[in-house]
Design a protein around this ligand. Structure first.
Ligand code: CP
Length: 310
């Protein structure tokens, strides 16, 4: 069995069987990652290039670890310090990297759609590690996998996505993924940070964050993306924190324990307070841990290798 796609460009292109297969494969790799030797030689004849045109901590390290734990050779490219500053195009950059006999490309780019553009011009498989405000498929997969680990099946589960929905590729990929898995999704945040007509994606809108928290089983709190906001969309960070930030007193006023998630990086004291991010209800570091197994599964399944992982 393989995936129905050659590339992982977005969750939109995956079917439910693809997602289930990624989760099942990740279960196996999660067991590998518990062993003293956290490696399998499955991709020992494969070279993967991680090409990052935008900053990253978690995604980049997680992909590199996933590739190395599958036994692949890995090369890392950052736009800063590269010949991109001399005017080299995306396709020329990638074709030069591929000329060095690279088999797979993991790419993050600030332009929405960049991985689709690249997929039309190169033969190697591409994994989208985040494109502009569009999709971040492996983040959504690790988020849904982490929710499932905590709650079991997501069918009928209530998931709230809170914060800067407008600029969040994590939000869009979460919406596609959670809808496919049968969850109910509500987005919540300031009206200026919620796209018009987002209900057409099959989600509810609730502008009162407290009500969204009372409704949900899981709250996935998203970062305020100031770097993508080219005009002011709320008055001050202090005001944002006061009206839309998730704090301990809000959680204490809810009778059930809801699960708290955040894809990172966190703006502590803005969209989420430390006493929530570091609370027992938070699975934020569990998400990061699961990210390696999910990315191992994605790369393994796209590679077409069919060695049994034991
Ligand atoms: N969650 C996430 O994409 O984090 P990084 O930007 O650090 O990769």
């Amino acid at each position: 069995m393989g995936l129905s796609v050659k590339h992982l460009l977005g969750i939109k292109e995956l079917n439910v069987q693809d997602i289930e297969q990624i989760f099942k494969t990740a279960d196996n790799f999660k067991q590998v990652l518990q062993r003293p030797i956290k490696k399998v030689p499955t991709l020992r004849d494969t070279t993967v290039a991680n090409i990052f045109f935008e900053n990253s901590t978690r995604t980049r390290l997680s992909f590199e670890l996933a590739e190395k734990r599958l036994g692949a050779d890995v090369v890392n490219f950052s736009a800063s310090g590269s010949s991109v500053s001399k005017g080299e195009t995306l396709i020329d950059t990638v074709n030069n990297i591929l000329a060095m006999k690279v088999d797979m490309v993991v790419m993050r780019h600030s332009a929405s759609g960049a991985p689709w553009f690249l997929a039309n011009h190169i033969d190697a498989s591409i994994v989208n590690a985040g494109d502009g405000t569009n999709e971040h498929p492996t983040q959504a997969l690790l988020d849904a996998y982490s929710m499932r680990e905590k709650l079991g099946s997501l069918k009928g589960r209530r998931i709230a996505l809170l914060g800067d929905i407008m600029h969040s590729r994590v939000a869009l990929s979460n919406i596609y993924c959670l809808n496919k898995l049968g969850a109910e999704v509500t987005v919540s945040g300031p009206p200026t940070l919620i796209p018009k007509h987002i209900e057409s994606l099959g989600v509810r809108v609730e502008y009162d964050v407290k009500k969204a928290l009372e409704w949900c089983d899981v709250a996935n709190v998203l970062r305020i993306q100031l770097e993508r906001q080219h005009k002011p969309l709320f008055s001050t960070l202090r005001e944002y924190a006061m009206y839309y930030g998730v704090n301990k007193s809000m959680l204490d006023s809810i009778e059930r324990d809801i699960v708290i998630m955040h894809p990172g990086p966190i703006n502590r004291g803005v969209e989420i307070n430390s006493d929530v991010a570091d609370s027992k209800q938070s699975i934020i570091l569990g998400q990061v841990e699961n990210g390696v197994a999910i990315r191992m599964a994605v790369i393994y399944l796209l590679s077409g290798k069919r060695e049994v992982v034991e």
